[in-house]
Write a protein that binds this ligand. Structure first.
Ligand code: MTE
Length: 287
């Protein structure tokens, strides 16, 4: 599928929630240049090989266990260092903003990768509406905490809820996307329904799923994998083939569906766009 083929079209989407009686139209009026010219990962691979520990730690667990995840009436609460606190609902995200299709590489810290056509809204467009103040240095994100709807939270495999964070300039960067769908459809449950973060130059675990809260903060917020193992997972987690994970090299990756490994690119191939954000920083220390 080529991105251009669907840009400008109205696509009717079924399955906004697991109970799926709503039909949501995503009107992609905005043309985008953000698409890599690489073969897409198949929809089957992208929706059956997942990391979403709230639904189990195995790669095939989320597809199986998230089937009945109820995302009705989803809202994101926005708070912290801003002039206007409030909420944004999923309907408003889809209808009140220009949803774009963007084809990005996704590089997991485990050294596999995919190419995904996301549907989403630039995070900056959403954040600006809440008028962050001069103390807003970071943006913190939180996943839903509800062990009845997310049964994996009954086990203490991670410190629940899953939390993530970005520096303000990273959050405002034009590549940073709040994704509400993929492959022309609303977000499958196992991929982080109904709304997740996509930051393509960082390792996949920064792409927090099923977000219910966004907070502007003055201090660097805690992040789940850093809490779990600070020696192995830093706050920045920029894709960097020159900085090994303590237990494996990050120089190469396996594109899901390929047999041979390929070289990992600095900032996952987005260096032209984002390297300047880290000018003068020691990326070995700030991993
Ligand atoms: N978000 C939450 N809430 N819980 C998770 O376990 N896993 C992360 C990230 N977001 C995760 C999460 C990891 S490790 C990766 S690689 C990506 O989601 C995987 O996204 P995908 O399953 O859509 O490929």
């Amino acid at each position: 599928m080529k991105a251009g083929a669907v840009v400008g079209a109205s696509v009717f989407l079924n399955g906004l929630s697991a109970r799926a009686n709503a039909s949501v139209e995503i009107n992609k009026t905005k043309k985008t240049d953000y698409r890599v010219d690489e073969e897409l990962t198949s929809f089957e691979d992208a929706t059956r090989y997942n990391n979403f520990y709230e639904f189990g730690t195995g790669k095939s667990d989320p597809a199986r266990n998230a089937q009945n995840f109820n995302t009705d009436d989803w809202r994101i609460e926005i708070s912290g260092e801003c002039n206007k606190t409030g909420q944004v609902g999923l309907e408003e995200l889809i209808h009140g903003f220009d949803v774009e299709e963007r084809i990005y590489r996704l590089r997991c810290v485990e050294a596999w990768s995919m190419v995904i056509p996301w549907l989403g809204v630039p995070l900056a467009d959403i954040l600006k509406k809440f008028e962050p103040n001069s103390r807003a240095k970071y943006v913190a994100f939180t996943t839903l905490l509800d062990e009845n709807r997310m049964p994996g939270q009954k086990r203490p495999v991670l410190d629940w809820p899953y939390v993530e964070g970005l520096r303000m300039d990273e959050a405002m960067h034009p590549l940073t996307l709040m994704a509400v769908g993929m492959y022309g459809k609303t977000m499958p449950n196992q991929n982080g329904a109904p709304v997740r973060l996509v930051v393509p130059w960082k390792y996949g675990f920064k792409n927090i799923k099923s977000i219910v809260k966004i907070e502007f903060t003055e201090k660097q917020p805690p992040t789940t994998w850093n809490i779990a193992n600070p020696r192995e997972y830093g706050f920045y987690s920029n894709v960097n083939p020159e900085v090994s994970h303590p237990r494996w090299s990050q120089a190469r990756e396996r594109r899901i569906g390929d047999f041979f490994k390929r070289k990992t690119l600095m900032f996952n191939g987005y260096a032209d766009e984002v390297a300047s954000l880290y000018a003068g920083m020691d990326l070995k220390k700030n991993f």
